[in-house]
Design a protein around this ligand. Structure first.
Ligand SMILES: *Cc1c(COP(=O)(O)O)cnc(C)c1O
Length: 382
């Protein structure tokens, strides 16, 4: 360990979602990459051409990007209002902040709320790993509660007592995902009642990364709740994961703070343009959501035929499956073998919290997933 490095960082390992490759993407394209919940569809060629044209004719690479993101924020606000059938003037640019992926916004939120011993965060595992990872790199304590093993609802009793009992520092931010990753369930009525009951000293972050698939959002409640904040991203349904564009919707005062802590040119000009083009062509791009949902239904139906698998309902573009209790093995040995067999046959999925999270891919990919999982199940020893 280098002697000038903060001692608490020694225990961390870098986040590595994929093995690396030299193909441009982070994994060789011959794999079915169903482990990071991206869209399986690249941008349509006509939009890529449009972007290429903009790059050649409009973007001056010697100039800094538009650091205020005003045009993009206007377009996002319009989409947010439309996406929840709200008044077209309810949210405006003043309610939006954009980040280099929503990951950057998560880090900015942590800096703005908890840094310097001022707060801890609360999460309910299993959930999106970046909240905990980013908090730890900033020295922010993470309090984790569990979820119901069947429907994956947050253990609300444990969550409430964590809020009441955590001290030095107390909990300042609660992170939830709607629908949750990896378990794919949207917030329940009871969870929402609990979130509404939290005092205004606690920021409630509702991460709607999968909103376009779930078509359920709490953005309409934001106007009454100054301590709520919604995160969204262009990395999933909008098919722009490579370009890193995320945003949040919140009270203008919260937005003003985020604008203070972010880096001045956090989004490259090309990414800003891509976000604008994606919104302009949203009807075209989001057509693929219906395809994904019908593929998801087929996959769930097929997986459900296997008596050994326990399939969670999904409101997102991925499926979470576990082995039924009779087939459970200590140390997840069967699961590990299934994960490895799938990988050997060319399908990457995520092994997480005693289950497999499988992204819904193209029709061809999903057929392969089914065949390969069946073959893997036939090969492993139960
Ligand atoms: C994929 C995902 C994101 C997106 O992160 P980006 O940095 O915008 O790519 C955010 N939150 C959750 C829960 C996700 O699954």
């Amino acid at each position: 360990m280098l002697p000038f490095i903060r001692s608490d960082l020694a225990q961390f390992t870098a986040y590595k979602p994929h093995p690396s490759s030299d193909t441009g993407g982070s994994v060789p394209a011959q794999f079915d990459r169903l482990d990071t919940n991206e869209s399986p569809y690249d941008l349509p060629a006509e939009l890529k051409e449009k972007l290429a044209w903009t790059y050649q004719q409009v973007i001056e690479t010697n100039r800094y990007p538009d650091g205020g993101h005003e045009t993009l924020k206007d377009a996002i606000a319009e989409y947010v209002n439309e996406s929840a059938n709200l008044s077209p003037s309810l949210f405006t640019a003043g309610n939006i902040s954009v980040g280099n992926g929503s990951d950057e916004l998560i880090r900015s939120l942590l800096i703005a709320t908890c840094l310097g011993g001022e707060g801890s965060i609360l999460i309910a595992n299993p959930t999106f790993s970046m909240y905990g990872i980013l908090a730890q790199t900033l020295g922010i304590p993470v309090v984790a509660v569990a979820r119901n093993e069947t429907n994956f609802e947050i253990d609300l009793k444990a969550a409430q007592s964590a809020i009441e009992q955590t001290q030095n520092p107390s909990i300042r931010v609660v992170f939830v995902v709607h629908p949750n990753s990896p378990t794919a369930n949207p917030l329940t009525a009871a969870e929402l009642v609990w979130l509404r009951s939290l005092p205004e000293e606690i920021l409630v972050v509702i991460d709607e990364a999968y909103f376009e698939f779930s078509q359920t959002t709490v953005v309409g409640e934001l106007a009454q709740r100054p301590n709520w904040l919604i995160l969204r991203t262009f990395s999933k349904a909008f098919r722009l994961a490579a370009l890193r564009v995320g945003y949040c919707v919140a009270h203008p005062e919260a937005i003003a703070i985020l604008e203070k802590v972010r880096l001045p040119y956090n989004l490259p000009s090309f990414s800003i343009t891509a976000g604008l083009v994606a919104l302009q062509y949203r009807t075209l791009l989001l057509k693929s959501v219906a395809q994904t949902l019908s593929e998801r239904a087929k996959l769930i139906e097929a997986f459900s035929q296997d008596p050994r698998l326990q399939i969670a309902e999904s409101a997102a573009n991925f499926i979470y499956l576990r082995l039924k209790p009779n087939y459970f093995h200590p140390q997840d040995s069967v699961l590990k073998s299934l994960h490895q067999e799938l990988r050997n046959s060319g399908t990457l999925v995520r092994q997480i919290s005693g289950g497999l999270r499988i992204t819904v891919g193209t029709t061809q990919e999903n057929i392969r997933t089914l065949n390969r999982l069946q073959a893997a199940l036939a090969n492993v020893e139960f």
